[in-house]
Design a protein around this ligand. Structure first.
Ligand code: SF4
Length: 200
């Protein structure tokens, strides 16, 4: 059984669309959305390629704790009404960049506490995000990720679990307009959770 800490949320239990999910009960992990095919990982030469919505954004203080570099992935199936980043939904939008190039750029950025994967839906490109997260760890950075899927749902697939293993803090769940709350830190709606997956 996977145990993890809830940094911020609405308690040890939350309810969404009639589904009750408990933090320490994977047997209750009910997918909130039908499975979708992930985006295939293309390659250029020896390097995998990631599709991005925007250039790497260093020095962010609003996408997790501390000074962080944000990697904005392109593509999201969920289409949450009220999404702040609708331009990131198109799976063929944005632009592609090699993972090798991303690594070079990350290595040049100084004074960061960590990297944050946002989007778009980072788990649609879980394999390349895993590789980038592993590299960020070699720089001494920690890893945050925002996903529209719940931890329980993501845990069902091996390639998602590999990415989860690299993540210190996961902000999970879709944006739900009826649950919107401007007072929340790092979250847009009350159903979303900030989950610490690794010891600080
Ligand atoms: S999961 Fe995030 S990026 Fe995707 S539609 Fe919902 S709010 Fe927008």
């Amino acid at each position: 059984m996977k145990h993890f800490g809830l940094i911020d949320g609405i308690g040890s239990e939350f309810r969404h669309q009639g589904v009750s999910t408990f933090l320490e009960a994977p047997e209750l992990a009910v997918p909130l959305f039908p499975p979708r095919p992930a985006v295939a990982t293309p390659r250029i030469g020896d390097s995998a390629v990631i599709r991005l919505a925007a250039a790497l954004m260093p020095d962010s203080i609003v996408n997790g704790e501390g000074l962080r570099t944000v990697l904005w992935t392109q593509g999201c199936h969920l289409r949450c009404p009220g999404c702040q980043n609708p331009h990131t939904h198109d799976l063929n939008g944005g632009f592609v960049e090699t993972v090798a190039s991303i690594k070079e750029k990350l290595a040049e950025i100084k004074m960061q506490r960590g990297i944050t994967f946002s989007g778009g839906e980072p788990f649609l490109q879980a394999e390349v995000c895993t590789e980038i997260a592993r590299f960020a760890r070699t720089l001494g950075w920690d890893v945050w990720c925002f996903s529209g899927y719940t931890y329980e749902y993501l845990s069902l697939q091996e390639k998602h679990r590999a990415f989860l293993e690299q993540i210190d803090v996961l902000v999970d769940g879709p944006f739900i307009q009826a649950e919107r709350d401007h007072t929340l830190k790092f979250r847009g709606s009350r159903n979303q959770r900030i989950l610490r997956l690794r010891e600080a």
